[in-house]
Design a protein around this ligand. Structure first.
Ligand code: ATP
Length: 344
Protein backbone atom coordinates (compact mmCIF):
# COMPACT_ATOMS: atom_id res chain seq x y z
CA UNK A 1 0.00 0.00 0.00
CA UNK A 2 2.78 2.42 0.97
CA UNK A 3 6.32 1.70 -0.17
CA UNK A 4 9.00 4.15 0.87
CA UNK A 5 12.42 3.86 -0.73
CA UNK A 6 15.64 5.66 0.24
CA UNK A 7 13.72 8.59 1.65
CA UNK A 8 15.86 11.49 2.86
CA UNK A 9 14.62 14.82 4.16
CA UNK A 10 16.94 17.72 4.92
CA UNK A 11 15.54 20.91 6.44
CA UNK A 12 17.45 24.04 5.57
CA UNK A 13 17.28 26.79 8.16
CA UNK A 14 19.28 29.84 9.20
CA UNK A 15 20.98 27.81 11.94
CA UNK A 16 22.12 25.11 9.47
CA UNK A 17 20.86 21.94 7.84
CA UNK A 18 18.95 19.27 9.76
CA UNK A 19 18.90 15.76 8.31
CA UNK A 20 15.48 14.74 9.67
CA UNK A 21 15.23 11.49 7.66
CA UNK A 22 18.11 9.45 6.29
CA UNK A 23 17.69 6.66 3.76
CA UNK A 24 14.35 5.43 5.12
CA UNK A 25 12.80 2.30 3.63
CA UNK A 26 9.37 1.08 4.76
CA UNK A 27 6.81 -1.42 3.53
CA UNK A 28 3.29 -0.76 4.77
CA UNK A 29 0.80 -3.27 3.42
CA UNK A 30 -2.91 -2.80 2.80
CA UNK A 31 -4.87 -3.27 6.03
CA UNK A 32 -1.88 -2.72 8.33
CA UNK A 33 -2.09 -0.68 11.48
CA UNK A 34 1.52 0.40 11.39
CA UNK A 35 3.07 2.05 14.46
CA UNK A 36 6.05 4.38 14.29
CA UNK A 37 7.97 4.85 17.52
CA UNK A 38 11.08 6.81 18.44
CA UNK A 39 12.41 9.45 20.77
CA UNK A 40 11.51 13.11 20.41
CA UNK A 41 13.26 14.60 17.38
CA UNK A 42 13.91 11.19 15.78
CA UNK A 43 11.99 12.16 12.64
CA UNK A 44 8.55 10.56 13.15
CA UNK A 45 6.40 13.59 12.25
CA UNK A 46 8.61 14.38 9.28
CA UNK A 47 8.10 10.85 8.00
CA UNK A 48 4.32 11.09 8.38
CA UNK A 49 4.24 14.49 6.70
CA UNK A 50 6.35 13.21 3.81
CA UNK A 51 3.84 10.41 3.19
CA UNK A 52 1.15 12.93 2.22
CA UNK A 53 3.74 15.34 0.80
CA UNK A 54 3.04 18.06 3.37
CA UNK A 55 6.83 17.96 3.47
CA UNK A 56 8.62 17.52 0.19
CA UNK A 57 11.27 14.80 0.42
CA UNK A 58 14.82 15.83 -0.47
CA UNK A 59 15.32 12.51 -2.27
CA UNK A 60 13.82 9.05 -2.49
CA UNK A 61 10.41 7.75 -3.46
CA UNK A 62 7.00 7.25 -1.84
CA UNK A 63 4.55 5.00 -3.62
CA UNK A 64 0.97 4.92 -2.38
CA UNK A 65 -1.58 2.57 -3.93
CA UNK A 66 0.62 2.27 -7.00
CA UNK A 67 1.15 6.04 -7.44
CA UNK A 68 4.58 7.67 -7.08
CA UNK A 69 3.85 10.71 -4.90
CA UNK A 70 7.06 12.64 -5.56
CA UNK A 71 6.33 12.98 -9.28
CA UNK A 72 2.79 14.33 -9.13
CA UNK A 73 1.73 17.71 -10.48
CA UNK A 74 -0.04 20.02 -7.96
CA UNK A 75 -3.49 19.07 -9.30
CA UNK A 76 -2.68 15.34 -9.28
CA UNK A 77 -1.37 15.70 -5.71
CA UNK A 78 -4.59 17.41 -4.66
CA UNK A 79 -6.58 14.44 -5.99
CA UNK A 80 -4.22 11.92 -4.41
CA UNK A 81 -4.42 13.61 -1.01
CA UNK A 82 -8.12 12.71 -0.89
CA UNK A 83 -6.97 9.13 -0.48
CA UNK A 84 -4.98 10.11 2.62
CA UNK A 85 -6.75 11.32 5.77
CA UNK A 86 -4.85 12.74 8.73
CA UNK A 87 -5.60 13.22 12.42
CA UNK A 88 -3.56 15.18 14.95
CA UNK A 89 -2.60 15.18 18.61
CA UNK A 90 -4.39 18.49 19.23
CA UNK A 91 -7.24 17.72 16.83
CA UNK A 92 -6.75 20.89 14.68
CA UNK A 93 -10.48 21.63 14.44
CA UNK A 94 -11.85 24.91 13.11
CA UNK A 95 -13.13 26.65 16.25
CA UNK A 96 -15.55 28.91 14.36
CA UNK A 97 -17.35 25.94 12.78
CA UNK A 98 -19.70 23.48 14.42
CA UNK A 99 -19.01 19.75 14.48
CA UNK A 100 -21.12 19.43 11.33
CA UNK A 101 -19.22 22.33 9.72
CA UNK A 102 -15.84 20.79 10.53
CA UNK A 103 -16.74 17.44 9.01
CA UNK A 104 -18.34 19.13 5.98
CA UNK A 105 -15.25 21.27 5.33
CA UNK A 106 -13.23 18.84 3.15
CA UNK A 107 -16.40 17.96 1.24
CA UNK A 108 -17.08 21.64 0.52
CA UNK A 109 -13.49 22.03 -0.70
CA UNK A 110 -14.05 19.00 -2.96
CA UNK A 111 -17.02 20.88 -4.44
CA UNK A 112 -19.80 18.41 -3.58
CA UNK A 113 -23.42 19.61 -3.56
CA UNK A 114 -25.14 20.44 -0.29
CA UNK A 115 -27.46 17.43 -0.21
CA UNK A 116 -24.61 14.98 -0.75
CA UNK A 117 -22.55 16.77 1.91
CA UNK A 118 -25.40 16.69 4.45
CA UNK A 119 -25.98 12.98 3.92
CA UNK A 120 -22.29 12.18 4.14
CA UNK A 121 -21.78 14.23 7.29
CA UNK A 122 -24.74 12.52 8.92
CA UNK A 123 -23.26 9.07 8.15
CA UNK A 124 -19.82 10.07 9.37
CA UNK A 125 -21.13 11.50 12.64
CA UNK A 126 -23.09 8.31 13.19
CA UNK A 127 -19.94 6.27 12.53
CA UNK A 128 -17.97 8.14 15.20
CA UNK A 129 -20.91 8.30 17.63
CA UNK A 130 -21.45 12.06 17.58
CA UNK A 131 -24.81 12.50 15.86
CA UNK A 132 -26.18 14.31 18.91
CA UNK A 133 -23.33 16.87 18.93
CA UNK A 134 -23.63 18.00 15.30
CA UNK A 135 -24.48 21.59 16.24
CA UNK A 136 -21.92 21.97 19.04
CA UNK A 137 -18.74 24.00 18.63
CA UNK A 138 -15.34 22.40 19.40
CA UNK A 139 -15.09 24.41 22.65
CA UNK A 140 -18.20 22.57 23.86
CA UNK A 141 -16.66 19.11 23.38
CA UNK A 142 -14.42 16.84 25.47
CA UNK A 143 -10.98 15.82 24.12
CA UNK A 144 -12.25 12.43 23.04
CA UNK A 145 -15.23 13.98 21.25
CA UNK A 146 -12.90 16.45 19.48
CA UNK A 147 -10.77 13.58 18.24
CA UNK A 148 -13.91 11.82 16.98
CA UNK A 149 -14.70 14.94 14.95
CA UNK A 150 -11.09 14.87 13.67
CA UNK A 151 -11.54 11.24 12.64
CA UNK A 152 -14.91 11.90 10.92
CA UNK A 153 -13.34 14.83 9.02
CA UNK A 154 -10.34 12.70 8.00
CA UNK A 155 -12.71 10.03 6.62
CA UNK A 156 -14.87 12.49 4.66
CA UNK A 157 -13.24 11.84 1.28
CA UNK A 158 -13.23 8.03 1.72
CA UNK A 159 -9.46 7.75 2.13
CA UNK A 160 -7.52 4.52 1.73
CA UNK A 161 -4.91 5.58 4.27
CA UNK A 162 -5.27 7.32 7.62
CA UNK A 163 -2.19 9.02 9.09
CA UNK A 164 -2.36 9.57 12.85
CA UNK A 165 0.12 11.87 14.59
CA UNK A 166 0.03 10.99 18.32
CA UNK A 167 -3.79 10.70 18.17
CA UNK A 168 -4.28 9.89 21.86
CA UNK A 169 -1.43 11.75 23.58
CA UNK A 170 -3.77 14.47 24.82
CA UNK A 171 -6.38 12.01 26.13
CA UNK A 172 -6.89 10.13 29.41
CA UNK A 173 -6.48 6.31 29.39
CA UNK A 174 -10.19 5.50 29.16
CA UNK A 175 -10.80 7.93 26.29
CA UNK A 176 -7.62 6.65 24.63
CA UNK A 177 -9.06 3.15 24.66
CA UNK A 178 -12.34 4.25 23.07
CA UNK A 179 -10.51 6.18 20.31
CA UNK A 180 -8.23 3.20 19.65
CA UNK A 181 -11.26 0.93 19.41
CA UNK A 182 -12.80 3.33 16.91
CA UNK A 183 -9.60 3.31 14.83
CA UNK A 184 -9.55 -0.49 14.98
CA UNK A 185 -13.16 -0.64 13.72
CA UNK A 186 -12.37 1.79 10.92
CA UNK A 187 -9.40 -0.32 9.89
CA UNK A 188 -11.39 -3.53 9.95
CA UNK A 189 -14.74 -2.41 8.60
CA UNK A 190 -13.66 0.19 6.04
CA UNK A 191 -10.37 -1.56 5.14
CA UNK A 192 -8.37 1.62 5.76
CA UNK A 193 -4.62 1.27 6.26
CA UNK A 194 -3.50 3.18 9.34
CA UNK A 195 -0.06 4.68 10.03
CA UNK A 196 0.27 5.92 13.58
CA UNK A 197 2.98 7.76 15.51
CA UNK A 198 3.00 7.18 19.24
CA UNK A 199 5.25 7.25 22.27
CA UNK A 200 2.98 4.91 24.25
CA UNK A 201 3.53 1.16 24.32
CA UNK A 202 -0.08 0.77 25.39
CA UNK A 203 -1.22 2.29 22.09
CA UNK A 204 1.09 0.05 20.10
CA UNK A 205 -0.04 -3.06 21.91
CA UNK A 206 -3.74 -2.22 21.60
CA UNK A 207 -3.94 -1.83 17.86
CA UNK A 208 -0.74 -2.11 15.82
CA UNK A 209 0.17 -5.25 13.90
CA UNK A 210 3.49 -3.85 12.70
CA UNK A 211 5.97 -1.35 14.04
CA UNK A 212 8.98 0.65 12.87
CA UNK A 213 11.54 2.14 15.23
CA UNK A 214 13.23 5.41 14.25
CA UNK A 215 16.47 6.48 15.87
CA UNK A 216 18.31 9.62 14.79
CA UNK A 217 16.54 9.94 11.41
CA UNK A 218 16.91 6.28 10.46
CA UNK A 219 14.53 3.34 10.62
CA UNK A 220 16.54 0.89 12.70
CA UNK A 221 13.96 -1.87 13.15
CA UNK A 222 10.67 -2.75 11.47
CA UNK A 223 8.36 -5.71 11.15
CA UNK A 224 5.49 -7.54 12.84
CA UNK A 225 4.99 -6.30 16.39
CA UNK A 226 5.74 -9.65 17.95
CA UNK A 227 9.00 -10.04 16.01
CA UNK A 228 10.27 -6.59 16.96
CA UNK A 229 9.46 -6.83 20.66
CA UNK A 230 10.45 -10.45 21.11
CA UNK A 231 14.04 -9.64 20.33
CA UNK A 232 14.37 -5.86 20.41
CA UNK A 233 17.60 -4.83 18.69
CA UNK A 234 17.65 -1.23 19.81
CA UNK A 235 17.56 0.78 23.02
CA UNK A 236 14.37 2.53 21.86
CA UNK A 237 12.46 -0.75 21.44
CA UNK A 238 13.86 -2.13 24.72
CA UNK A 239 12.81 0.99 26.61
CA UNK A 240 9.36 0.87 25.03
CA UNK A 241 8.94 -2.65 26.30
CA UNK A 242 10.26 -1.71 29.73
CA UNK A 243 7.67 1.02 29.98
CA UNK A 244 5.01 -1.67 30.37
CA UNK A 245 7.01 -3.99 32.56
CA UNK A 246 7.61 -3.23 36.19
CA UNK A 247 10.12 -0.44 36.81
CA UNK A 248 9.25 0.31 40.44
CA UNK A 249 9.00 -2.49 42.99
CA UNK A 250 5.75 -1.99 44.94
CA UNK A 251 6.24 -0.97 48.61
CA UNK A 252 4.48 -4.05 50.09
CA UNK A 253 6.73 -6.29 48.02
CA UNK A 254 9.85 -4.44 49.18
CA UNK A 255 8.77 -4.95 52.79
CA UNK A 256 8.11 -8.63 52.13
CA UNK A 257 11.53 -9.08 50.55
CA UNK A 258 13.21 -7.40 53.53
CA UNK A 259 11.37 -9.69 55.94
CA UNK A 260 12.31 -12.94 54.21
CA UNK A 261 14.13 -15.25 56.62
CA UNK A 262 17.78 -15.81 55.79
CA UNK A 263 17.84 -19.50 56.71
CA UNK A 264 21.00 -21.39 55.84
CA UNK A 265 20.78 -21.37 52.06
CA UNK A 266 22.05 -18.64 49.80
CA UNK A 267 19.32 -16.82 47.93
CA UNK A 268 18.59 -14.10 45.44
CA UNK A 269 15.53 -12.08 44.59
CA UNK A 270 15.47 -11.54 40.88
CA UNK A 271 13.34 -9.53 38.52
CA UNK A 272 12.62 -11.03 35.10
CA UNK A 273 11.15 -8.85 32.37
CA UNK A 274 9.95 -11.03 29.54
CA UNK A 275 8.18 -10.93 26.21
CA UNK A 276 7.37 -14.10 24.36
CA UNK A 277 6.38 -17.67 24.91
CA UNK A 278 8.43 -17.98 28.10
CA UNK A 279 5.75 -17.69 30.75
CA UNK A 280 5.78 -18.30 34.47
CA UNK A 281 5.37 -22.02 34.44
CA UNK A 282 7.97 -23.06 31.83
CA UNK A 283 10.62 -20.67 33.15
CA UNK A 284 10.26 -21.84 36.68
CA UNK A 285 10.01 -25.52 35.87
CA UNK A 286 13.06 -25.33 33.62
CA UNK A 287 15.05 -23.84 36.50
CA UNK A 288 13.87 -26.51 38.89
CA UNK A 289 14.66 -29.27 36.41
CA UNK A 290 18.16 -28.08 35.64
CA UNK A 291 19.39 -26.80 38.99
CA UNK A 292 19.17 -27.62 42.66
CA UNK A 293 17.20 -24.47 43.36
CA UNK A 294 13.93 -23.73 45.11
CA UNK A 295 11.82 -21.02 43.57
CA UNK A 296 9.08 -18.86 44.95
CA UNK A 297 7.24 -16.38 42.77
CA UNK A 298 6.73 -13.22 44.81
CA UNK A 299 5.12 -11.13 42.13
CA UNK A 300 3.75 -11.62 38.65
CA UNK A 301 2.47 -8.97 36.30
CA UNK A 302 1.54 -10.52 32.98
CA UNK A 303 -0.29 -8.99 30.04
CA UNK A 304 -0.66 -9.98 26.40
CA UNK A 305 0.02 -8.44 23.01
CA UNK A 306 -1.75 -10.36 20.25
CA UNK A 307 -1.81 -13.41 22.48
CA UNK A 308 1.91 -13.13 23.31
CA UNK A 309 2.61 -12.83 27.04
CA UNK A 310 4.84 -10.09 28.40
CA UNK A 311 5.44 -8.62 31.79
CA UNK A 312 7.48 -8.97 34.94
CA UNK A 313 8.11 -11.73 37.45
CA UNK A 314 9.83 -11.29 40.78
CA UNK A 315 11.19 -14.61 41.93
CA UNK A 316 13.02 -15.78 45.01
CA UNK A 317 15.73 -18.33 44.19
CA UNK A 318 17.34 -20.43 46.94
CA UNK A 319 19.97 -23.07 46.46
CA UNK A 320 23.42 -24.41 47.46
CA UNK A 321 26.97 -24.01 46.20
CA UNK A 322 26.53 -21.36 43.56
CA UNK A 323 23.46 -23.08 42.11
CA UNK A 324 21.51 -19.80 42.18
CA UNK A 325 24.29 -18.14 40.14
CA UNK A 326 24.14 -20.97 37.61
CA UNK A 327 20.34 -20.67 37.42
CA UNK A 328 20.67 -16.92 36.93
CA UNK A 329 23.14 -17.37 34.09
CA UNK A 330 20.80 -19.92 32.53
CA UNK A 331 17.93 -17.45 32.55
CA UNK A 332 20.10 -14.75 30.98
CA UNK A 333 21.28 -17.20 28.32
CA UNK A 334 17.62 -17.81 27.50
CA UNK A 335 17.58 -14.16 26.44
CA UNK A 336 15.57 -12.92 29.41
CA UNK A 337 16.14 -9.49 30.89
CA UNK A 338 17.13 -10.54 34.43
CA UNK A 339 18.18 -8.27 37.26
CA UNK A 340 19.17 -9.22 40.83
CA UNK A 341 17.18 -7.03 43.18
CA UNK A 342 18.59 -8.38 46.43
CA UNK A 343 20.87 -11.09 47.82
CA UNK A 344 19.26 -12.68 50.86
N1 ATP B 1 10.36 22.81 9.64
C1 ATP B 1 11.53 22.43 10.17
N2 ATP B 1 12.66 23.14 9.96
C2 ATP B 1 13.84 22.76 10.48
N3 ATP B 1 13.99 21.65 11.22
C3 ATP B 1 12.92 20.89 11.46
C4 ATP B 1 11.62 21.24 10.97
N4 ATP B 1 10.73 20.31 11.38
C5 ATP B 1 11.44 19.41 12.11
N5 ATP B 1 12.75 19.75 12.15
C6 ATP B 1 13.82 19.01 12.83
O1 ATP B 1 13.87 17.70 12.25
C7 ATP B 1 14.13 16.72 13.26
C8 ATP B 1 12.99 15.70 13.28
O2 ATP B 1 11.81 16.37 13.71
P1 ATP B 1 10.40 15.63 13.84
O3 ATP B 1 9.39 16.66 14.24
O4 ATP B 1 10.16 14.86 12.61
O5 ATP B 1 10.69 14.62 15.05
P2 ATP B 1 9.67 13.74 15.92
O6 ATP B 1 10.30 12.39 16.03
O7 ATP B 1 8.32 13.82 15.33
O8 ATP B 1 9.72 14.47 17.32
P3 ATP B 1 8.54 14.69 18.42
O9 ATP B 1 8.24 13.32 18.99
O10 ATP B 1 9.18 15.59 19.42
O11 ATP B 1 7.37 15.29 17.71
C9 ATP B 1 14.28 17.49 14.56
O12 ATP B 1 15.68 17.71 14.77
C10 ATP B 1 13.57 18.79 14.30
O13 ATP B 1 14.14 19.84 15.06
Amino acid sequence: MIYIRNLTKVYHSASGNVRALEDVNLNIEKGDIFGIIGLSGAGKSTLLRCINMLEKPTSGSIEIDGVEMTRLSPSELKEMRKKIGMIFQHFNLLSSRTVRGNVAFPLEIAGLDKRTIDKKVENLLELVGLSDKADNYPSQLSGGQKQRVGIARALANDPKVLLCDEPTSALDPETTLSILNLLKDINRELGITIVLITHEMNVIKQICNKVAVIEKSRVVEQGPLIEVFKKPQTETARNFLKSVTLSEIPKELKDRIENLSHEHLEGKIIKIAFFGEITTEPVISSIIRKFDVDTNILYGNIDHIQGMPYGTLIVELRGKNGETDAALKYLKDLGLDVEVIENV
